[in-house]
Write a protein that binds this ligand. Structure first.
Ligand code: FNR
Length: 189
């Protein structure tokens, strides 16, 4: 089963983006294996750390490199995406020539309580993902206005309209990963 490294751009315990990502993991169960990647222990990017890189950085780069695909689940901060994601992306792309994100099939979703559901944040993030060579799925866009009553007690999506959109997104993401994955070398398989 394809593995998906999931990067949630919020570190707080009650994060709605984390809950949203967990609901997506349930919808994709049996077809994709979501692996949540720790971002909170990464230091702020500093080129000087490379001669003796922190274990958190090496682990992060391995988590990305080992996955078949990446999924970004982003809040919107001040009409952009949070620094925690930019910092993680920057670590992932270095040292020069060792970009862990290169040619990875990718997805992007996000949720906020606001009416525009992270559209501005996601669109800033899209331009960065393009530069770092993530092969990003464009449709369906998921700008999700979060309401707690759309989710059941076990965290699964219970609202019919939300479930229809997220099921369509999941179906397409499964197909996208299959279609855009580069053939693995013998060493990787
Ligand atoms: C926000 N929030 C927010 N919401 C939004 O829709 N557009 C925005 O530009 C912002 N800006 C913003 C900046 C900062 C610094 C914070 C902390 C928050 C509100 C945000 O959507 C809300 O706090 C979400 O709950 C954040 O997602 P998590 O942490 O619950 O996943």
């Amino acid at each position: 089963m394809p593995t998906v490294a999931v990067l949630v751009g919020s570190l707080r315990r009650e994060s709605i983006n984390r809950k949203f990502a967990e609901a997506l993991a349930k919808l994709a169960a049996g077809r994709l294996e979501f692996r949540f990647v720790e971002l909170g222990d990464l230091p702020m990017y500093n080129d000087d750390l490379w001669p003796n890189p922190p274990e958190s950085v090496l682990r992060f780069k391995r988590d990305i490199a080992d996955a078949d695909a990446v999924l970004f689940v982003t809040p919107e901060y001040n009409r952009s995406f949070p620094a925690v994601l930019k910092n993680a992306i920057d670590w992932g792309t270095r040292p020069y020539g060792q970009n862990s994100f290169a040619a990875k099939p990718g997805g992007l979703v996000g949720t906020s309580p606001g009416a525009t559901g992270t559209s501005a944040g996601q669109n800033h993030l899209k331009s960065v993902l393009n530069v770092v060579d993530v092969v990003l799925m464009g449709q369906p866009e998921v700008y999700f206005t979060y309401r707690a009553d759309q989710f059941a007690a076990d965290g699964s999506v219970q609202d019919d309209a939300a479930k229809a959109l997220l099921t369509r997104w999941t179906d397409r993401f499964v197909a996208w990963i299959e279609r855009t994955s580069e053939p693995k070398t013998k060493a990787q398989a």
